[in-house]
Design a protein. Structure first.
Length: 288
């Protein structure tokens, strides 16, 4: 996993002169133009890092709900049944109150179905969860992150086609439309489509060389870049501080394995609760 802070930020980028013409020395705007060029490239790198992490968080969240959500629901149901069995046997008002609270925490099935959409079967479990609960082979989940080749293609495409490199409004519109398609393909991990998009961009028109800009326009550009960096920093912080982001940081090298470990823990808890419920039901039957 790559978190945004692990990638380059605008303040860390070298003062290079990529994508445009070398800045001519001896003009009053030369140093300012170099700063703009460096800030542009640094912002692009930071956007790549944030978008990469956003895709990982989004995919991990989806898989977390798909694979583990029904298990949490099953645990809540078992907790409610255990509390109800204890209340029925003791007749204690406090036990009854606890049983009512436990039952209230159980997510209603319509809401669960809405959450998991087509991943639920008639029993309220996804095929993967149902298989795990019955010790049947489980279909391996999709990977949390796109393949290494897809990540490489995505980074190369964004660096080449980013809208901030546009020299005119028409070119910017073309780049923005293209980047939307690139982001969609990367979000699905569609390596083949990313290769097609790479060929498409390579065959397209070559962006015009950067033209000299007045100092006031360059200052305005730097201000916009700084504001954009602040916005991206806020997005990155929100992602990293989210529950899913925190879970991803626990297993930066293999987030898919983290899902498996959590699933194993939940299965053990389900087995414990089922055994406890069975014991309570036997004792209740013996009392009667």
């Amino acid at each position: 996993m790559t978190t945004p802070e692990a990638e380059s930020t605008p303040s860390e980028a070298p003062a290079a002169e990529p994508q445009g013409q070398p800045v001519a020395e001896g003009r009053p705007e030369a140093r300012l133009e170099r700063a703009v060029l460096a800030a542009e490239q640094a912002l692009i790198e930071y956007e790549i890092a944030v978008e990469t992490f956003r895709v990982e968080v989004e995919n991990f969240s989806r898989l977390h709900h798909q694979k583990l959500g029904p298990m949490y629901t099953r645990l809540d149901e078992l907790e409610a049944q255990i509390a109800e069995a204890i209340a029925a046997r003791s007749g204690d008002p406090e036990d009854r109150r606890k049983a009512d609270e436990a039952r209230a925490r159980v997510m209603p099935m319509p809401a669960v179905e809405e959450l998991f959409d087509q991943w639920m079967d008639g029993d309220g479990l996804s095929p993967e969860a149902s298989a795990m609960l019955t010790d049947q082979p489980v279909r391996p989940p999709q990977r949390v992150r796109p393949s290494d080749e897809a990540r490489k293609l995505y980074r190369e495409l964004v660096r080449k086609a980013h809208p901030d490199l546009a020299q005119e409004e028409k070119d910017r519109a073309r780049r923005e439309e293209f980047i939307v398609r690139v982001n969609a393909a990367y979000g699905r991990g569609d390596e083949a489509l990313l290769k097609e998009l790479s060929d498409e961009w390579a065959a397209g028109p070559v962006p015009e060389a950067r033209k000299p800009s007045p100092s006031e326009e360059l200052y305005e550009r730097l201000e916009w870049l700084a504001q954009r960096k602040e916005l991206l920093t806020a997005v990155a912080q929100e992602l990293e501080e989210s529950a899913i982001g925190a879970m991803l940081r626990m297993a930066p090298d293999d987030p898919d394995r983290l899902l498996e470990e959590i699933a194993e823990q939940l299965l053990a808890q389900v087995a414990e609760r089922e055994a406890e419920l069975e014991r309570l039901m036997r004792e209740q039957a013996a009392d009667s």
